[in-house]
Write a protein of this length. Structure first.
Length: 110
């Protein structure tokens, strides 16, 4: 993927993590593409720990099996609304369901 798209995805993931820290009891979830962007900082554990420390809490990642049948559009709608409540503008192209994904996601959970 091109660098510009990768930057957009990671930016949305950081917005998601900040929102998850700020609204820790909210029922929110990243889109499949944004979840991939979240993996980028998580894999750099020292960087991710510093990010979470700055947010005041550690935001854990709980992977789920990929199952298009469990897709809940309302979860993404709630998440986008909560991110916007946190003061961010979202990139609508990255907050879509699995059938409209901007980029293909390679992750497979078993």
């Amino acid at each position: 993927m091109d660098e510009s798209t990768a930057e957009r995805i990671v930016a949305e993931a950081i917005k998601f993590v900040h929102t998850a820290a700020r609204f820790s009891t909210a029922s929110i979830a990243p889109s499949k593409v944004v979840d991939e962007g979240w993996h980028a900082p998580i894999l750099h554990t020292e960087l991710y720990a510093k990010l979470c420390e700055g947010l005041g809490c550690f935001v854990h990642h709980y992977p789920e099996r990929p199952d298009p049948g469990r897709f809940d559009q309302h979860a993404l709608t709630r998440t986008v609304a909560t991110i916007e409540q946190a003061g961010y503008e979202t990139d609508p192209e990255l907050w879509t369901g699995p059938a409209k994904s901007l980029v293909s996601v390679a992750a497979r959970c078993k």
